[in-house]
Design a protein around this ligand. Structure first.
Ligand code: SF4
Ligand code: SF4
Length: 340
């Protein structure tokens, strides 16, 4: 069964041009530097450098050092640099890899050392991207994730079916780790895709972390009739109401929409698309039904905790039901044990 869903991608335009530099907003502190490790650092020295450089993994929004330690404890055998932007519009990971191919390769090797993974590969979206990267760096070890959403979870699932444990490290976090170890440079900027119907020229912009979002929106000429701004991911990201919030390492994209999508909901028609789409083998409609009851049966909510919150089920549902929210609520109930 082919899991995941096919989404319109809208990516080509933002990849047409090189990454642009956003001039610094007033009042930002200068970039920080620290003493880089000498020689070939061992895994502990790499983790210390990740800590000192305050690197955040842009996909999980967690400190990179913490994530690598978790991967080490879990016995990860394959470290993957995530250069796949699975959500529509966003191309910041692809742009980071195209712009800093050597940095991502070097950073991935360091991340693999730090987490104890024996193998490392760069995950790219499709064959065309693979060709593009091989043209820049013929030595790169690449694996194609595919363009069905959620591509990362689907790739991980298929790689793990072959044995071993695979885990992703963000492309930008990899490049930042290489800069930290080679130059003692702290992470101070992020590549952000600015796109959507409220943006005339979609593009990728290098932004100093801490820059107010408004500064970036002004630079990109975001239309004043924009009604919805989403950051983090165009599918599962969060809506921003205050444009003074700072850009973080995990901002990844700013999607500005002139017209927010309107959802009408209908009763479930039993088509089963939600369960076919789910990358974790959950049956979302069953959990949704159970959560509609005043006293849900915990036995019927058991696998809700394996949900990765990708929202594929909600996106595919022809009845417009927010199944992902119901599964998330069910998972929270199972976690807390509070069924009333
Ligand atoms: S949000 Fe959860 S239940 Fe829905 S498709 Fe994704 S993993 Fe499955
Ligand atoms: S996709 Fe929607 S309509 Fe189809 S089975 Fe799932 S909940 Fe029901």
């Amino acid at each position: 069964m082919q899991r995941g869903i096919k989404l319109e991608q809208h990516k080509a335009e933002s990849l047409l041009h090189p990454v642009q530099e956003l001039p610094d907003a007033a009042g930002l502190p200068p970039p920080k530097f620290f003493r880089a490790p000498k020689g070939r650092p061992d895994w502990e020295a790499v983790l210390r450098a990740a800590e000192e450089a305050e690197i955040t993994d842009e996909f999980e929004d967690v400190p990179l050092a913490e994530k690598l330690r978790r991967m080490r404890r879990a016995g990860v055998s394959l470290a993957l640099a995530c250069c796949v932007d699975e959500d529509p519009y966003t191309t910041s990971a692809m742009a980071a890899l195209r712009e800093q191919t050597d940095g991502v390769i070097a950073g991935l090797a360091l991340a693999a050392r730090a987490c104890g993974a024996k193998k490392s590969e760069i995950a790219v979206a499709d064959r065309r991207e693979k060709k593009e990267i091989l043209r820049r760096s013929p030595e790169a070890k690449l694996v194609v994730a595919g363009t069905r959403y959620p591509a990362r979870a689907l790739l991980r699932r298929s790689l793990q079916a072959e044995g071993g444990k695979a885990a992703f490290v963000g492309a930008q976090a990899c490049a930042a780790l290489a800069a930290a170890v080679s130059r003692g440079e702290a992470q101070h900027d992020a590549i952000v895709t600015v796109a959507g119907s409220g943006v005339e020229i979609p593009r990728n912009v290098r932004v100093r972390i801490g820059t107010p979002l408004r500064h970036l929106l002004d630079f990109c000429g975001v239309h004043e009739r924009t009604r919805l701004i989403v950051t983090g991911s165009s599918v599962t990201g969060r809506a921003v109401t205050d444009p003074s919030v700072p850009v973080t390492a995990a901002t990844r994209c700013v999607i500005a929409m002139l017209r927010p999508p309107r959802y009408k909901t209908y009763a479930c028609i039993g088509c089963g698309r939600c369960s076919r789409a789910c990358p974790r083998g959950i049956v979302p409609w069953r959990i949704y039904q159970e959560m509609e009851r005043s006293r849900p049966d915990p036995l019927k909510l058991l696998n809700a905790r394996s949900c990765i919150d990708c929202a594929s089920c909600s996106m595919i549902c022809p009845s417009g039901l927010d199944l992902a929210a119901a599964v998330k609520r069910a998972a929270a109930i199972m976690e807390s044990g509070d069924l009333h």
